[in-house]
Design a protein around this ligand. Structure first.
Ligand code: GTR
Length: 329
């Protein structure tokens, strides 16, 4: 663990301990910390904030959620670590960042594993989605209870020139999430994949440490990456859902009633996020275009073919699950 991460965790743990003391007094209010890399108003953040308001109302103010948006508590790796030690209660994380923690989730991180977003939703809403959530919650190394899924649309490449076919990406350094699978995906797509924390990306785009990145339209807008990268090529190579998790350490201290309440409100948050997501994708697309970002069609078939070695390498151990995903209609 590097020093910065250590300090972030130590600071969060100290804040958590202070909250715990307050919770012991007569007028106690328990404050759960929630964290997201995105800013206030972003669908994932908004859904958890609404959940917090309902929780506060349902418990007559006994439990409250305090949101720390915009990477205030670090990137997703840091958030996972803080939730694992109980310094943070709720974290919203991409399955991309969870793959290294619970390997089974990497099935969803394979390029072009879903035909489209509707297919992805069918899969997470059905038995496969349920099984994977349970696997994360019961995995001894995760130390997390998964509360639900969230949507994150489709990821496309952005840079200052089009990437419509693999040859276009030659020599381009494209930031990918910190998971070897993604770096290999970008290399197979023709570029040079660079693993980097989300919290370092804006600066890296500005200074030219990387030539581009890949993400969904809401992220391109909300993280201001569009102010630096002006061409959005619709490669559609990844459709990665997200999860929101609760620290198992804190979870085990809750009463059965509180656990049931959190589960019920989580289900509502999941549904609300999806509606907020669809609206925000439309809004982000309009705003990006108005800001001069060029959306260009890409040769998806060529990128699909180019990434076959990645699916072969990483997918072979999940052959049965991949077949069930493909068969989900
Ligand atoms: C976004 C996602 C974040 C983070 C980010 C990234 O789409 O919402 O949680 O994973 O991508 O690329 O790191």
């Amino acid at each position: 663990m590097n020093m910065r991460r250590y300090l972030l965790i130590a600071a969060a743990a100290a804040a958590g301990a202070a909250g715990g003391l307050a919770a012991g007094t007569a007028t106690a209010q328990t404050v759960w910390k929630a964290s997201d890399v995105h800013p206030l108003g972003y669908p994932t953040v908004e859904a958890i904030e609404r959940m917090g308001k309902k929780l506060e109302a349902a418990t007559k103010g006994r439990i409250k959620i305090q949101m720390y948006p915009s990477m205030q508590l670090g990137g997703e790796k840091e958030m996972i670590e803080q939730a694992q030690v109980g310094a943070l209660q709720i974290a919203r994380i991409s399955v991309g960042a969870m793959g290294p923690v619970v390997d089974d989730l990497n099935v969803f991180n394979l390029p072009f594993v879903f035909r489209d977003e509707a297919h992805m939703r069918k899969v997470i809403d059905g038995p496969i989605g349920q099984e994977l959530l349970e696997r994360v919650s019961t995995s001894p190394q995760s130390k997390l209870i998964v509360l639900g899924w969230m949507d994150a649309g489709t990821r496309n490449v952005y840079a200052n020139k089009p990437a419509t076919k693999p040859a276009d990406l030659k020599g381009m350094k494209i930031r990918m999430m910190g998971n070897p699978l993604f770096v290999e995906t970008m290399n197979a797509m023709g570029g040079n994949g660079v693993a980097m924390g989300f919290n370092e990306l804006f600066g890296a785009l500005q200074t030219g440490v990387v030539d581009g990145a890949e993400n969904n339209p809401p992220t391109l807008l909300a993280q201001n990456h569009y102010t630096v990268s002006k061409v959005y090529s619709l490669t559609g190579h990844l459709i990665i859902p997200e999860i929101f998790v609760f620290s198992k350490r804190t979870w085990e201290t809750l009463s059965a009633e509180d656990q049931a309440l959190v589960k019920k409100l989580s289900r509502e948050a999941q549904l609300e996020q999806r509606a907020l997501w669809d609206a925000y994708v439309a809004e982000a697309t309009t705003k990006l275009k108005a800001a001069g970002v060029k959306f260009v069609e890409a040769d998806k078939a060529a990128f699909y073919a180019a990434t076959q070695p990645v699916r072969d390498k990483y997918g072979s151990k999940y052959a049965a699950l991949l077949k069930r995903i493909a068969d989900t209609k």
